[in-house]
Design a protein around this ligand. Structure first.
Ligand code: DGJ
Length: 735
């Protein structure tokens, strides 16, 4: 009988006789049945006391007529050698031989420490001389991290086509999956699919991550929602090409696989060579998406490599939408002063500062200051920024070169491309071949020189083009696909820079949110969620991004009233109450605001500063709303003594009378004082009378007090809202 581990400390146990392995952490448990030489999942969920022999007897399935005589099991590494008829976890060959593998358990080990319960499973196929090592870690936050290593143990090379980083059998009760995609200024659009017979695959072939295909999926029981249903959320920590697939066969057997997608001939393992996949991060929940997201957030938070871990996330002002390429000294000075006045703490000089960069068609690659725009260097600007109490950040796009640049004219062969083939430009750009050491050295030298010369504390690292003809043009690998090694070279460049300048934070921007995975976040500290700052769109974008990323990593900026990317007009209150739930910044020309507008904006940055400890260290909740045009979400402090909730109305309310909204995540045993922070303007146009608790607060100065249980079970009456209005509710425990 395996023991139930009710503590949250990671624990691992391998019962050799029983051929049973258990990993437990944070109330989550993975139980593997290792009988029959293949690792099968007996249980992934809450901690359970399971007797292996009984469980095996209970779970052992019938063998239907007209099937193989031994049904192929659905395992942690499905391959064709077992007779498995679905997508194998491994495919490749040696000159048309060894294309079928039959990998069976050869070695099992486990251990635990404070961070995780670890297991490794070695599978070997003597005939094809291939070995696979599955590394599993159930972390202290309750997420399962998985990676796969393939070794070629033969004397002939093995040409790899596909190696799943994780292959996860899914219960047949999982009937739906949620995927994330979209486009520029509309990232993280969620699409729900029914899991039916056949394969559903999401492939990214754009090489840099992408807006269109995010390496994440949530699978679960029918109708799973924010607060209900059983789900597994899965994310591939990789910033390149990828494949996410869910496959169900007619016998109901269902699998999920995630991995890096390889182009033809991209990975060939020489004799004795090994390759390790990127990591997959999996989180299980039986209470809707929320707790899977919370586990993903906690596990990522535990790993982030901050320059200063306790430093609050400073309010940004970013120059892009304020100035675009117009780096006029007088305008910059005005912007700096105005930014300081409204409470900004970090000033980020966006595109346009380097020589020849007067528009988007030229100069990328020439990372030297434009001395016409900055005749005395950046020092005067940085001094002005410091004088306003802000730190200084700089925009760069190192992976890219414009054909119209000195760098390209000197080194036309430094770009990724296929000799003899034309390639389309993207934003008038080509991608530099980072796999060539001299390219990495050049970029490191330029960035290092800038960081050494100026007190730059932040780099906004942009990347605005898909990889299309992703091959080195010279050298022994000329013409071979290099999309995969390009990502590895990017990570190496970032790591080199971080080692040389550990005080510098880096933002991952890729035309907004095209590169937001946990792989890039091993080297960076924030993502630019989207170029769209229109809160009406941002509510959706932030919801999708927040499934896998905690709020403090999401760059969320207050844009101008008239959004540049949608032309929609919105109130400052709506823009600010949306942007508050991330890492706040300002993406507008604050110097053009009048005195009163600045005062209101200052009020919002002050509110953010007062709340950021809660927002960036708390537990995120999304609420199921009865009105499909409403979205509600919040953050509750880990101690359960403070919370901030937002309710946004995105189109006309479904009913004249809004339904009461139950909250979530509170301590049911505590009492809370509930304060409405801001009632959207002109309530009299929508209501003759306000909900009683709001009326009492606004007109009698009496704040509602209620138990967490009442607030979560019965909910709060909401006021009628117009489209594009939001409410903010602040709760503090008062007992
Ligand atoms: C794309 C980014 O998403 C924007 O924020 C801005 O930095 C521009 N590039 C600059 O070219």
């Amino acid at each position: 009988m395996t023991t139930t581990d009710s503590t949250s400390a990671p624990h691992s146990q391998h019962l050799q006789e029983a051929r049973w392995l258990t990993l437990t952490a944070a109330g989550v448990q993975l139980q593997l049945d290792l009988d029959q030489d293949r690792p099968r999942i007996a249980h992934f969920g809450h901690t359970l006391a399971v007797d292996p022999a009984t469980q095996r007897l209970m779970a052992s399935a019938a063998t239907p007529q007209a099937s193989l005589d031994q049904l192929p099991p659905n395992t942690l590494f499905n391959d064709a050698g077992s007779g498995f008829a679905g997508q194998p976890a491994l495919s490749g060959d040696r000159d048309g031989q060894d294309w079928l593998s039959d990998l069976q358990l050869a070695d099992v080990g486990c251990r635990h420490d404070a961070q995780a319960a670890h297991a490794h499973l070695t599978l070997r196929d003597e005939l094809s001389q291939l070995e696979v090592r599955l590394s599993l870690q159930l972390t202290a936050e309750g997420v399962l991290r998985q990676q796969t290593t393939l070794s070629n143990q033969a004397s002939r090379p093995y040409r790899l086509e596909w190696l799943a980083a994780a292959c996860l059998p899914l219960p047949v009760r999982y009937e739906e999956c949620l995927t994330f995609g979209g486009r520029w200024v509309q990232e993280f659009t969620e699409t729900r699919h029914a899991i039916g017979e056949g394969m559903f695959a999401l492939e990214n072939r754009r090489g840099r991550g992408s807006h269109q295909r995010v390496p994440s999926v949530i699978v679960g029981t029918r109708g799973f929602s924010e607060q209900r249903g059983e789900v597994i959320s899965a994310h591939l920590a990789w910033s390149g090409n990828h494949r996410v697939l869910v496959e169900r066969q007619f016998d109901g057997s269902t699998q999920l696989q995630l991995g890096a997608l390889l182009l033809p001939g991209e990975q060939t393992l020489a004799a004795g060579e090994s390759i390790t996949t990127p990591e997959v991060v999996l989180a299980w929940s039986d209470s809707g998406i929320n707790s899977a997201s919370q586990r993903q957030h906690a596990a990522l938070r535990a790993r982030l490599d901050w320059p200063q871990s306790h430093k609050p996330r400073p309010v940004h002002v970013n120059t892009w939408e304020a100035l675009y390429f117009d780096h006029d000294a007088a305008r910059l000075d005005e912007l700096v002063v105005a930014a300081g006045d409204v409470g900004a703490e970090r000033f980020v000089l966006d595109d346009g500062w380097f020589v020849g960069r007067d528009g988007e068609r030229a100069a990328l690659g020439d990372w030297y200051l434009d001395e016409d725009k900055y005749p005395n260097g950046l020092d005067p600007l940085i001094a002005a920024v410091h004088a306003q109490g802000m730190e200084f950040g700089l925009w760069v796009e190192p992976e890219i070169v414009n054909p119209d640049s000195e760098l390209y004219r000197r080194h036309p062969d430094w770009i990724l491309g296929l000799p003899g083939r034309d390639q389309p430009l993207g934003r008038y750009q080509c991608v530099l071949d980072l796999t060539r050491p001299e390219v990495g050295d050049y970029l490191f030298a330029r960035l290092h020189a800038l960081l050494a010369e100026y007190p730059i504390r932040y780099l906004k690292w942009d990347m605005n083009r898909d990889l299309t003809h992703a091959a080195s043009q010279t050298g022994e690998h000329a013409g071979r696909p290099a999309a995969h090694t390009q990502v590895e070279a990017l990570y190496a460049l970032l790591a080199r820079l971080r080692a040389a300048h550990p005080e510098v934070e880096i933002e991952s921007c890729a035309s907004g949110g095209a590169r937001t995975d946990h792989g890039i976040l091993r080297h960076t500290h924030r993502v630019w969620t989207s170029d769209c700052n229109d809160p009406h769109e941002r509510v959706h974008i932030q919801r999708g991004a927040g499934r896998f990323l905690p709020p403090e990593l999401l760059g969320d900026h207050i844009g101008p009233a008239h959004a540049h990317t949608t032309s929609r007009r919105t109130s400052l209150a709506f823009r600010a109450s949306t942007a508050l739930f991330g890492h706040l910044g300002l993406e507008l020309d604050v110097s053009r605001l009048d005195h009163d507008e600045r005062a209101v904006l200052r009020g919002w940055t002050e509110r953010y500063k007062a709340l950021r400890g809660l927002l960036h260290g708390g537990i995120s909740w999304r609420l199921d709303c009865l009105d499909p045009h409403q979205q509600a979400h919040g953050v509750v402090s880990p101690a359960g003594d403070e919370a901030l909730f937002n309710v946004s109305q995105l189109a006309m309310p479904r009913h004249a009378l809004p339904a009461s909204q139950p909250l979530a995540g509170l301590d049911p045993t505590r009492r809370y004082r509930v304060e409405l922070l801001k009632l959207p303007e002109h309530p009299e146009r929508r209501m003759k009378a306000l909900p009683a608790w709001i009326d009492a607060q606004l007109n009698q100065g009496e704040t509602l007090e209620a138990s967490g249980e009442q607030l979560m079970m019965l909910g709060l009456a909401l006021p009628v809202l117009d489209p594009d209005q939001a409410l903010l509710l602040h709760l503090r425990a008062c007992d």
